[in-house]
Design a protein. Structure first.
Length: 131
């Protein structure tokens, strides 16, 4: 049932499914894989409640959850997403998550994201260049 609801979010999102996904994302007792898929499925939402849940997940203790939140936020359309991604990038220590944050920043687009990515390419470490 849980997998079907996550899949349904991409096909026919409803308020009930979105609410269920946010609950799953915030539930630290839920299986990590479910929380990760919920974060990614919520990328189609546009409300501030979902944005807040995804930003909280960016600060979670599991690198997989942080990576999924970055992936979800990359496609999320809201003016507060890019600042959240930039902040998360600055404090993230896991290289793979940092790479996914760079991708999410690029997906947000715009001049500020472009300038950040160019500066990171110029001054950043070689480990992130493939991203």
């Amino acid at each position: 049932l849980e997998e079907a609801l996550v899949l349904a979010q991409g096909v026919a999102p409803t308020k009930a499914v979105e609410d269920w996904l946010r609950t799953a994302l915030d539930d630290e007792q839920a299986p990590l894989l479910l929380r990760c898929r919920a974060a990614e499925a919520l990328s189609s939402c546009r409300d501030t409640v979902t944005l807040a849940a995804l930003v909280r997940a960016l600060g979670g203790r599991h690198p997989d959850l942080r990576a999924s939140a970055a992936n979800g936020l990359g496609a999320f359309v809201h003016e507060l997403v890019l600042p959240s991604l930039l902040t998360a990038f600055e404090v993230e220590r896991e290289q793979s998550v940092r790479g996914l944050l760079l991708i999410a920043i690029g997906r947000q687009g715009g001049e500020h994201a472009r300038a950040f990515l160019l500066e990171e390419l110029r001054r950043g470490g070689k480990a992130l260049r493939p991203w």
